[in-house]
Design a protein around this ligand. Sequence first.
Ligand code: PLP
Length: 355
Amino acid sequence: MTYLDYQATTPLAAEARQAMLRWLAEDGFANPHSAHAMGRAAKAAVEVAREQVAALFPPGGKVIFTGSATEAINLAIQGRAYGAIAVSAIEHAAVRDTARAVGSYHELPVGPDGLVDPQVALPDGLGLVAVMQVNNEIGTIQPVAHLAERAHQVGALFLCDAVQGAGKLAAPASADLIAVSAHKLYGPKGIGALWIRDGVELSPLIHGGGQESGLRSGTLSPALCAGFGAAVQVALARQEEDAAHVSGLWDAARDELARWTLNGSETERWKGNLNLRLNGLDVARLMSECRRVMFSAGSACASGSGRPSHVLRALGLSDNEARSSIRLGFGRYTTREELIEACRAIDAAAKTQGV
Ligand code: PLP
């Protein structure tokens, strides 16, 4: 099996697993919100993890642990009455659907390269602008620092979904709210975080025991926090090495699949994401013929809706072009050999379709 779906989730780093084991052991079960010695030890581990995760973000804010990035994004968007909200046309559903649900919703278009124009017109009366750092389907890196400044100029706050960029790229220093997820950076599933700039007031969505500064009630899992913290520590220590590895993988895969067309900018991108199309390709058939390669349809239809991806459509691709796209995602633990072998298998299977 070759795993090429790193945008969906990443393998758990050995360092993260090791950090978690201490809190999954027989004596590691205490509630970190208890005042006794075992509780205080668990709380200390949570606070070490919070410091480790905080290293992803600019100074001058706080880290609130959540159950996922989806929850962090919901807290950021629903935790305040913004009035009008503008989001990029290629945001993840966590941002799009939440923004749509709460207020007057505006979409910022992207060009055929999958990038928001930094000079894009912002409608009047905005309270929030949300643009992701790295797109999960096509890997494009948005000009988020510039867009955050533009948001501030019109009096709006800026939310950045940094789920696919965290640990790989520096966080946008001028954002007000940043959402991240442990399982996209080699940490465990079931934990995310929202970074909130000092002075930005939010109201909780989840009420109860008042944990996480009253913003997210519920007992934290020391194991998940410790795994998240360790994963961030490793990601930051290996940032350059990981990026160089992924860049080499990208070159190898591009060479193997040179006849395929790339979706999204060639240059402004995270190179661990290769979204490609071959006109006329039957992706479902390709996937069933390449069962030993774990990859995605580039048009990842929203929960079986049958509609092609809003991201590929936003680039200007036709339904057919979107439907003939695949996404290969690779990262720290992918080897060049397995990637080349998988690319050859995919290309050979496509050829049997006559495309
Ligand atoms: N935002 C982006 C860009 C993502 O890729 C994902 C995960 O698919 C999410 C948000 C949601 O993250 P989580 O799985 O932690 O809810």
